[in-house]
Design a protein around this ligand. Structure first.
Ligand code: MN
Length: 194
């Protein structure tokens, strides 16, 4: 039987400061994500999903198993694509060209993604994914949902559950979203795209 493990972050807890504090990372990774991992490992035995991948569980399971698997997949993709703040942070190469081609410019893409993240009601995630034709799709996913449920290939996400920003920004979600652009590790997103 497979069990899932808490990912090790590819940076220290304070690496994203001042945009995301060490306190937030310690709670978000060390308590929230760790909790989802502990929960799924309790729910797996006897579920029929003992040997399934995380993506398969997200596509096929329901209830607590789905919720915890979805949140592990979402958080792993979010945390693994962050890095220390960088000015003028932007993608390059094929991904940059394709974003500019579909949205008109990188700035237009950012505006549309930020609008989806800002207006998502309640807890959830904004995503940039690819559809089967290779076109970009920006979507809002509530709670533990993930674009793989719609047959999309997810690439970039922002967590807009309050636990992701409340310690640092309180109710100012838009400010967290605006600053998030400086901590995206575009090399990771480019690798998911290529
Ligand atoms: Mn979260």
């Amino acid at each position: 039987m497979s069990t899932f493990e808490l990912i090790t972050l590819p940076y220290s807890a304070n690496a994203l400061e001042p945009i995301i504090s060490a306190k937030t990372i310690e709670l978000h990774h060390g308590k929230h994500l760790a909790g989802y991992v502990a929960n799924i490992n309790k729910l797996l035995p006897g579920s029929g999903f003992e040997s399934a991948s995380l993506v398969d569980i997200v596509k096929k399971a329901s209830g607590g198993l789905f919720n915890n698997a979805g949140q592990i997949l979402n958080h792993n993709m979010y945390f693994e694509a962050l890095q220390a703040p960088k000015a003028n942070n932007a993608p390059s190469g094929k991904l940059a060209d394709a974003l500019a081609a579909q949205f008109g410019s990188f700035e237009n893409f950012k505006a549309e993604f930020a609008q989806k993240a800002t207006t998502l009601f309640g807890s959830g995630w904004a995503w940039l994914s690819l559809d089967a034709d290779g076109k970009f799709v920006i979507s809002q996913e509530s709670n533990a949902s993930n674009p793989v449920q719609k047959g999309l290939k997810p690439m970039l996400t922002i967590d807009v559950w309050e636990h992701a920003y409340y310690v640092d920004y309180q109710n100012r979600r838009a400010e967290y979203i605006e600053k998030y652009w400086d901590i995206i590790n575009w090399k990771v997103i480019e690798a998911r795209y290529n």
